[in-house]
Ligand binder design. Structure first.
Ligand SMILES: [Mn+2]
Length: 322
């Protein structure tokens, strides 16, 4: 049996749904008997020697590799190419199985539409999944309230994915997304029970961010590195400060010190900066509207300096934006 290894963006709803969609596409259009193995990849980590050890290796919603063992690739991150060499390699070696569109709002929708167009895949059974992945990854919620109060099953699952660190449950979830409804999965004890303390922490996170936030020139800056706050909902600042333009946060988890940078998706003003480019200057990456710089936990002070510099830059930018 052919072993298809799917590497996907870790702790991200779009990463998980992209992995689900790829497996469904592959079974219906390429090989109905394929066996799938999944592997999560976090920001900053580049593939090791064993990354592409399947018979067929696939990367969805994550970085490109020039490794000849990579067979399928779908991504929409502006920082999809770890080095200029990889970027050159991708554009020089046209492949009918590797796809990149930095304009796409979600990898899920990009993958579904591309596979429908190029390979005749009928993804109508997964339309609802694609719809929500696109809303979530494109931050197209109708209001910060929807994004923070988490009433929709898809948003409960988004929160669960962002917080789940159990590798077996990651794979179970990706598998179930293909066959169960979102509300059904959200009501399953493995999600529901795990979510209860997460939602409690979520409500604490709202209080902590309210207390730590410093708002000036329509830029919200906060440092929650001393608050034991690993993985908060990134829309909380916009819920608390609907008038803000940009948000820069410093946080500390067991594995990294992180500077998160975002722009207000509900703001009517024109964004004058590219956040991916700003983060890339400090070794991070992301999209034009949201990005991050991850550093080792021992470099928290460096993360705080980086954050302060980015805050300055964004305040200058925000003052000029109309
Ligand atoms: Mn994505």
């Amino acid at each position: 049996m052919v072993k298809v290894k799917v590497l996907y963006h870790d702790n991200c709803f779009d990463g998980a749904t992209s992995a689900t969609l790829f497996t469904r596409f592959y079974r219906s259009c390429v090989d109905p008997s394929a066996a799938f193995a999944g592997k999560a990849h976090g920001t900053g980590r580049i593939y090791d020697d064993n990354a592409f050890d399947g018979d067929v290796n696939v990367v969805v919603d994550f970085r490109y590799s020039a490794d000849p063992r990579l067979h399928w690739w779908f991504d929409h991150h502006v920082s999809a190419f770890p080095t200029p060499q990889e970027e050159k390699h991708f554009f020089a070696s046209a492949s009918a199985q590797k796809f990149f569109d930095p304009q796409a709002r979600s990898c899920s929708k990009y993958l579904a539409v591309t596979c429908a167009q190029k390979f005749g895949w009928d993804y109508s059974a997964h339309q609802y999944l694609v719809h929500w992945a696109d809303i979530i990854d494109g931050a197209q919620f109708e209001s910060p309230r929807v994004a923070v109060e988490l009433g929709e099953p898809a948003l409960k699952l988004m929160t669960w994915v962002e917080n789940n660190h159990d590798p077996d449950l990651k794979l179970r979830f990706i598998d179930e997304l293909a066959s169960r409804s979102l509300s059904d999965i959200a009501a399953d004890p493995y999600v529901k029970d795990a979510l209860a303390p997460i939602l409690q922490r979520h409500s604490r996170a709202i209080d902590v961010l309210r207390a730590r936030a410093e708002v000036r020139s329509r830029v919200v800056a906060f440092d929650v590195s001393a608050d034991d706050l690993d993985g908060y909902n990134k829309f909380i600042p916009y819920y608390l400060f609907p008038e803000c333009r940009y948000v820069v946060g410093v946080s500390l988890s067991r594995t990294r010190a992180k500077v998160s940078v975002g722009s207000n998706p509900w703001s009517q003003k024109t964004r004058s900066v590219n956040i991916a480019q700003i983060c890339e200057r400090y070794g991070g990456g992301g999209h034009p509207v949201v990005g991050a710089v991850s550093l080792p936990t021992t470099e928290l002070a460096r993360a705080q300096t980086v954050a302060a510099e980015i805050v300055d830059e964004l305040r200058r930018a925000a003052e000029k934006e109309v």
